[in-house]
Design a protein around this ligand. Structure first.
Ligand code: FES
Ligand code: FES
Length: 128
């Protein structure tokens, strides 16, 4: 199976690996697992007062495609509004990284992690 240059680059030099303070109200944390393989991904966003994602970090305990998908996702998230981030589709990740069919669920994990992080942020900031 041949992996694309972009995928290998993200796998070898993952962007934005790390942790944000999950207790901050400006931070949303998504932690998701893939039922297909048991791989786990944590993705976090930090949102400014005007609703723009300033920071995004991830840690992925999983395959190379999952690491590359989450690395790419954090790059895409920075500078986006929360609404724009919510519309990131896993198929865009599949296209960008040229993931083979057996690795599509790795990109789904990234989309799920983004959605979970946004949900956590929104729940923290819901007006009572
Ligand atoms: Fe082994 Fe994903 S199935 S790392
Ligand atoms: Fe399961 Fe990639 S093989 S996330």
């Amino acid at each position: 199976m041949a992996y694309s240059e972009k995928l290998l680059d993200h796998f070898k030099n993952p962007r934005n690996v790390g942790t944000l303070d999950k207790n901050k109200n400006t931070v949303g944390t998504g932690l998701v697992g893939a039922p297909e393989c048991g791989d786990v991904m944590r993705l976090q966003i930090e949102v400014s007062e005007d609703g723009i994602i300033q920071e995004a970090k991830f840690k992925t305990f999983g395959c190379g495609s999952a690491i590359a998908s989450s690395s790419l996702a954090t790059e895409w998230l920075k500078g986006k509004s929360v609404d724009e981030a919510a519309s990131i589709d896993n198929m865009a990740i599949v296209e960008e990284l040229e993931l083979p069919p057996v690795k599509i669920h790795c990109s789904v994990l990234a989309e799920d992690a983004i959605k979970a992080a946004i949900k956590d942020y929104q729940e923290k900031n819901a007006k009572a």
